[in-house]
Write a protein that binds this ligand. Structure first.
Ligand code: CO
Length: 148
């Protein structure tokens, strides 16, 4: 009862915050080398954005590892190629790569990892790309991200 009253009060007092944008997304990745989404929109009202990456498969990270890496669309190829050279010890991301806006670590089946980044790093109108930088995966594991 108390909880219902509180909920009702909140509904009246802060209807705007109840309609606030979701500032996080849950993404599943699989043994079939896929992300569960290929398009992410980050709402401009979000100060930070969180990606919760989950590997719903069973294959280990050295065979079917997945991460989530964000760059501009233009930077994706270069960051991916140099990330490959950086190796698994660096989660297939070049150390201190300024092109990489955010990234999770590489995970295997049954694992999860999250990354939170400031949306001040994003520009409205820019085309962003997210991908898995595990060697060979970005052909299938990629998508677009927009800030608007
Ligand atoms: Co992958």
């Amino acid at each position: 009862m108390i909880r219902q009253c509180l909920a009702a009060s909140l509904l009246v007092l802060s209807s705007t915050s109840l309609m606030a944008a979701e500032c996080s997304i849950d993404i599943q990745s699989t043994d079939q080398m896929r992300f569960s989404t290929d398009n992410i929109v980050v709402d401009k009202s979000c100060k930070q954005f969180t990606v919760n990456l989950q590997h719903t498969g069973t294959m280990p990270s050295n065979v079917m590892g997945h991460n989530w890496v964000l760059t501009t669309a233009a930077d994706m190829q270069g960051a991916m190629m140099e990330g490959m050279s950086a190796g698994v010890a660096n989660n297939y991301v070049k150390v201190d790569d300024a092109r990489v806006i955010a990234h999770t670590k590489v995970i295997g089946g049954g694992e999860k990892d999250s990354v939170t980044f400031d949306t001040s790093k994003l520009k409205e109108g820019e085309s962003y790309a997210f991908f898995c930088s595990f060697p060979g995966h970005s052909a299938l594991m990629k998508g677009t991200l927009a800030f608007k």
